[in-house]
Design a protein around this ligand. Structure first.
Ligand code: COA
Length: 164
C-alpha cells in the first residue's frame, strides 16, 4: 500500500449513516442477509464493539460484534460477559489485503476494555475455509459443531477465542 492510499484508509466505529453501505456489502458477501432494520438495531446497540473499514471515503468491510451479558440460565450458566461476532464481510474487490485482519484487531482491542469479558464466540459455515483460517489466525478454536445451523441445512463450527 503506498502513502496516498494509506491516507485514505482507516478503521472506525460505525454509525447509523453507514447502514446502507453495510447492507450492500452484506448482500454481496454472504447468504445470511439481515434486514436493514436488524443492522440498525445492532449498530445502535453495539457500535462500540463493531467496526467499518473505509477506503477513499467508501465502506469496504465491516464487523458487527455484540456483547452478551452473563447468563444465569441453569443449562448455559456463564458468570462473565462474552463477545459474539455476528457478521463479518469484506467487499469482494478488496479481499486478501489484510482488511478483515485489521478490523479483527480493532474489535478485539475494543473488547479488551469490557470488564470481566473472558471469551469471544462466533459461528462459521463448515465450508468457509477462508473465514475459518482468518479466525484461526487470531486464536479462535473450534469448540463444537452446530448441526444444520443455517437455513440451507449447512452446519456451523462454533469457534471460541479464550484469551483476548
Ligand atoms: C473471510 C473474509 C472476511 C476475509 O477477509 P479478507 O480481508 O480477505 O481477509 P485478510 O486479507 O485479512 O486475510 C486474513 C487471513 O484469512 C485467511 N484467508 C482470507 N482469505 C482467504 C482465502 N481466499 N483463502 C484462504 N485463506 C484466506 C488467510 O489466513 C489470511 O491470512 P494471510 O493473508 O496471511 O494468508 C472475506 O473473504 C469475506 O468477506 N468473505 C465473505 C464473507 C464471509 O465469509 N464472512 C465470514 C462469515 S463467518
Amino acid at each position: 500500500m503506498n502513502t496516498v492510499q494509506q491516507l485514505y484508509h482507516y478503521c472506525r466505529t460505525p454509525h447509523l449513516g453507514d447502514v446502507e453501505e453495510i447492507v450492500q456489502i452484506n448482500r454481496l458477501a454472504l447468504p445470511e442477509n439481515y434486514s436493514m432494520g436488524y443492522f440498525i438495531q445492532l449498530i445502535k446497540q453495539w457500535k462500540d464493539t463493531s467496526v467499518v473499514s473505509i477506503r477513499n471515503g467508501k465502506i469496504i468491510g465491516y464487523i458487527i460484534c455484540k456483547v452478551e451479558k452473563k447468563s444465569l440460565i441453569a443449562f448455559k450458566r456463564r458468570n462473565f460477559p462474552r463477545g459474539h461476532i455476528m457478521s463479518v464481510a469484506v467487499h469482494p474487490e478488496y479481499r486478501r489485503q489484510g482488511i478483515a485482519s485489521e478490523m479483527m484487531k480493532f474489535v478485539l482491542n475494543r473488547l479488551k476494555y469490557i470488564k470481566n469479558l473472558k471469551e469471544v464466540i462466533l459461528e462459521v459455515r463448515e465450508s468457509n475455509r477462508s473465514a475459518i483460517r482468518l479466525y484461526q489466525k487470531f486464536g479462535f478454536k473450534k469448540e463444537s459443531v452446530l448441526k444444520r445451523y443455517y437455513i440451507d441445512g449447512e452446519s456451523a463450527n462454533l469457534m471460541v477465542l479464550k484469551k483476548l
